[in-house]
Design a binder for this molecule. Structure first.
Ligand code: G4P
Length: 288
């Protein structure tokens, strides 16, 4: 699936981030717990290669808890990497975040060696919400494109802990096809950049494989084993009254219902990728 990002700004964004990384002790990358690998920015991984990294699996309230655990273990097994799960309901997120960063660089801290941390993440991952919770105030969003950045934000989370916010940064090319679909399903990709029906069919295919019980329960569908994604979409349309003249199913309406309900967590706590699956998808993408 072709997704249109903001081309042309990428090199500038890359240069800006490389510059800002100087003097930074820890890079925090916020990820969507429902799609940790797809919501990661390969550019960050490349630029922050030698920096200790904290992965925050955010929106864990929407994700499958057992799969979140798999991802946390996987990230923690990577050198120089720590990982925590978070969601907007967390009462003291800064404590969790500060503790994880201190663990990564125990030799920094104290007023003469303050810990300097940079936080990044793709748009919609929940970065502003987290920063607002941690600071207890409403801070304007940094822009999602270099041209609209309103200057870097420095937030003091403790006397010796400085957090630098970055603009949301996208990447020029989605390398893993499944990752593109997952991003689109999560709402990180604007509606104009995708074919909603295609995204929903891919979503349903995955849910049929891993979360058939949740799907049946939400849409009151009887035996859906052995069914195809499009058949399930038609059944959902019928159940929800998304029907056109002559009894034809309004597929666009049915697709909107499924997408909205997935994003709101109404189908259940679902995760669209697991570490072992991602490894297979990535390998296949490289071979193409
Ligand atoms: P960003 O700065 O990374 O672009 O993301 P932002 O904080 O604006 O969050 C994007 C959307 O995700 C918001 O919803 C926000 O409420 C929601 N969100 C953030 N963190 C969490 C979380 O941990 N769990 C859940 N379930 N949702 C989260 P919105 O519909 O765009 O806006 P609104 O409903 O807050 O007005």
């Amino acid at each position: 699936m072709a997704i249109q990002w903001f081309p042309g700004h990428m090199n500038k964004a890359k240069k800006d981030v490389a510059e800002r990384l100087r003097g930074i002790d820890v890079v925090i990358e916020m990820l969507d717990a429902r799609l940790p690998a797809s919501s990661a920015n390969p550019m960050i991984a490349q630029l922050a290669r030698r920096k200790p990294t904290l992965k925050i699996l955010n929106k864990q309230d929407l994700a499958d808890p057992s799969v979140t655990q798999q991802w946390l273990s996987w990230y923690r097994s990577q050198p120089g990497t720590q990982a925590i799960g978070l969601d907007a309901g967390e009462r003291a997120p800064s404590q969790k975040l500060i503790a994880a960063c201190r663990e990564l660089v125990p030799n920094r801290g104290g007023l003469d060696k303050p810990l300097r941390v940079m936080i990044c993440g793709i748009p919609n991952v929940g970065k502003s919400t987290l920063i607002n919770t941690m600071t207890g105030r409403k801070i304007a969003k940094t822009g999602n494109m270099p041209g609209v950045t309103k200057g870097e934000q420095r937030i003091m989370l403790a006397d010796d802990f400085e957090l630098f916010d970055t603009p949301g940064m996208l990447w020029p090319k989605i390398e893993v096809e499944e990752g593109g679909y997952n991003l689109a399903a999560s709402g990180a990709v604007g509606r104009n950049a995708m074919d909603e029906e295609e995204v929903v069919l891919e979503l349903l295919k995955y849910l049929l494989q891993h979360y058939a019980a949740e799907l049946s329960a939400r849409y009151k569908l009887d035996d859906i084993s052995g069914m195809q994604d499009w058949q399930v979409l038609e059944m959902i349309g019928k159940k929800r009254g998304a029907v056109l003249g002559g009894g034809r199913i309004n597929i666009q309406k049915a697709s909107e219902i499924v997408l909205t309900e997935f994003r709101d967590g109404l189908i259940g706590r679902l995760t669209l990728e697991r570490p072992d699956e991602w490894a297979v998808w990535k390998k296949r993408a490289k071979e193409l």
